[in-house]
Design a protein around this ligand. Structure first.
Ligand code: X2X
Length: 343
């Protein structure tokens, strides 16, 4: 399946110019010659992040196993646009794959953000039991029912989110009062920080570094692997280990485009994407656990936080009750099957 055969001349020239520009700026393609099926995968993380390290390896395996028939091109670092842009591109079929966090997926499929509920998963055992179990299956079913997309079985990892700021450390919920905090474009993330009386601002990931640098916002929240690979430590002073949300990346595909490939190639692509996702989980967890010392060396001041106080605030503010209502009893019961009672 060549995307080129299904787009107009204008789009072809645009695609060609993106491809040539991306080739200069680091797109990864596993082969020089034109394959029978060219698949475009976009994401918002730097080439150095484990997501792209494993994606490049996955593209090589797919090329080898398909005997050159499939060329999966990796467009990292938001080369194809913002999350919002890439979400519309994968929905239209302009690109074939996009990795989207559950928080941002919530703008398209509300149930998709359920794994991003604040302080839900106590550890990775709970995370993967849920995401590889009934909760992940439920989200994937909702995606397939409500969009032109599908999500591969094995969710990729982003990690537990921590708060960085340029103004003050966060130890207890009241420390958030009035804080101008960047959050991903996500109804759930906005609601979470409003519950702490912060002033959350939705900003696409590509604009976060400059928004911190120009003080449009005081802080942001992301796992350490993102903070490190995007170098947020250059424009932030404090890192508070809130572990407030586990965040992942659903590897999303455009169903119509994917099904243009014969079944044998679909199997090769799907199996390698899922295998790469499981390897990426190991990399991200190890990286997130290794970075505190390195980030301290870059000048970030770390502090632990009182998680029970944060959970208590989410209960008293009605956050859990509100999202239980929004997701519905069945979905909420599925979440609590893995997390234990939240409200
Ligand atoms: O936008 C973010 O903060 C990021 C990179 O974590 C997501 O993609 C949700």
């Amino acid at each position: 399946m060549s995307n080129i055969s299904h787009i107009s001349r204008r789009d072809f020239l645009k695609t060609a110019s993106i491809a040539s520009a991306a080739a200069l700026s680091g797109v990864y393609s596993s082969q020089a010659h034109a394959a029978e099926f060219t698949l475009k995968y976009g994401n918002n993380l730097p080439m150095t992040h484990p997501m792209n390290v494993r994606a490049k390896e996955m593209a090589q395996k797919i090329a080898a196993e398909s005997k050159g028939r499939v060329d999966l091109q990796v467009y990292s670092n938001g080369q194809l646009g913002t999350d919002t842009d890439m979400l519309s591109q994968v929905r239209s079929g302009a690109i074939d794959f996009f990795t989207i966090s559950p928080e941002v997926l919530g703008t398209l499929v509300s149930a998709g953000q359920i794994s991003g509920v604040g302080f839900a998963f106590k550890d990775y055992q709970q995370v993967w039991a849920a995401m590889d179990g009934d909760l992940g299956a439920y989200v994937r079913k909702e995606i397939a029912a409500k969009t032109s997309l599908f999500a591969f079985e094995r969710c990729w990892d982003n990690g537990y989110r921590q708060v960085t700021t340029s103004t003050r450390a966060i130890a207890r919920p009241e420390d958030f009062k009035g804080m101008k905090l960047r959050v991903p474009p996500s109804p759930l993330a906005t609601s979470l920080f409003r519950s702490f009386d912060a002033s959350p601002t939705s900003i696409n990931f590509a604009e976060v570094y400059s928004s911190l640098q120009t003080k449009i916002v005081e802080g942001q929240e992301n796992p350490l692997a993102v903070i490190s690979t995007v170098k947020f430590y250059e424009v932030q002073k404090f890192c508070s280990m809130t572990n407030h949300v586990w965040s992942g990346f659903w590897f999303m595909g455009n169903k119509k485009s994917f099904e243009r490939m014969p079944k044998d190639l679909q199997e090769i692509v799907a199996r390698n994407i899922n295998e790469a996702g499981v390897k990426q989980r190991v990399d991200v967890k190890a990286l997130n656990e290794s970075l505190v010392a390195e980030m301290k060396g870059k000048g970030l001041q770390f502090n632990e936080t009182d998680n029970d106080a944060f959970r208590a605030k989410l209960r008293s503010s009605g956050f859990y009750t509100e999202w239980h209502k929004k997701f519905g009893d069945e979905a909420w019961a599925m979440l609590e099957k893995y997390t234990g009672k939240l409200a």
